[in-house]
Design a protein around this ligand. Structure first.
Ligand code: ADP
Ligand code: MG
Length: 218
């Protein structure tokens, strides 16, 4: 069966329907519109390449954070497009996302895939760009109960970073549990979604925000 990757914007739109907080965004096709969007949204903003062929946007120089002015947004647009073309000359470029910049937080990953034997499974762990290195993830077959989600959260090695470690304040574990539940529903209720990851979900002392979404559909 042919599979297709949705854009980050399409991913955000579905997540929002399931109550999962995502940044406000605007898709732009030229530098002038990027500048206007940045100003309207309020700097700093984050800008990212939109291309079905570019799965890991940072690897392509396709993510710029901390864009602090109209002028910076104008320059960033050109740079992101140039970087993407240099990375993959054949990549179709559908524009650039201008996103509200989320506050720094603990970066976690929530993912899902379809196992040939067990069906839909959900994974949770430490996120960010070093997930492959850390391998600190846990997994459950869907559906899951709230108790199972609570266990899952406590299972990862990095759990002390959520619970509060050496004087660092605890993070919003209740919101995290709710979001994993909402994400599980999103995965189960959408049959055509075969795989996804939210990497990272930023977890705060209060609340959370998903700042990337990769969704694969059949
Ligand atoms: P990639 O395709 O490389 O995974 P991401 O969309 O995850 O690209 O962006 C790379 C990193 O940039 C994220 O891990 C996150 O730390 C940061 N980032 C992305 N979007 C935002 C945002 N809206 N606000 C703040 N930081 C962001
Ligand atoms: Mg990411």
């Amino acid at each position: 069966m042919t599979q297709k990757m949705l854009s980050e914007a399409e991913g955000y739109d579905i997540l929002r329907k399931y109550d999962i907080p995502v940044p406000a965004y605007q898709i732009v096709k030229n530098g002038e519109d990027a500048a206007i969007a940045a100003e309207k949204m309020g700097c700093p903003v984050v800008m990212k390449i939109i291309s079905p062929q570019i799965v890991h946007k940072s690897d392509a120089g396709g993510v710029m954070v901390g864009i602090g002015s109209r002028k910076a947004a104008l320059g960033a647009f050109t740079r992101i497009i140039d970087n993407a073309k240099a990375y993959n000359a054949d990549a179709e470029i559908d524009g650039v996302m201008v996103e509200q910049q989320a506050e720094p937080g603990l970066e976690l990953i929530i993912g899902g895939r379809t196992d040939p034997a067990f069906g839909k499974v959900i994974t949770f762990g430490m996120g960010g760009t070093m997930v492959e290195l850390m391998k600190d993830v846990t997994l459950r077959i869907l559906p899951v109960t709230e108790d199972e989600i609570r266990q899952m959260v406590k299972e990862i090695n990095a759990y002390p970073l959520i619970a509060g470690y050496r004087g660092s304040k605890p993070r919003d574990e209740e919101t995290l549990v709710k979001i994993i539940g909402d994400v599980s529903r999103f995965f189960l209720e959408n049959e055509h979604i075969v795989e996804f990851d939210i990497n990272p979900l930023r977890l705060y002392e209060s609340g959370a925000c998903a700042v990337d979404a990769r969704v694969i559909v059949t």
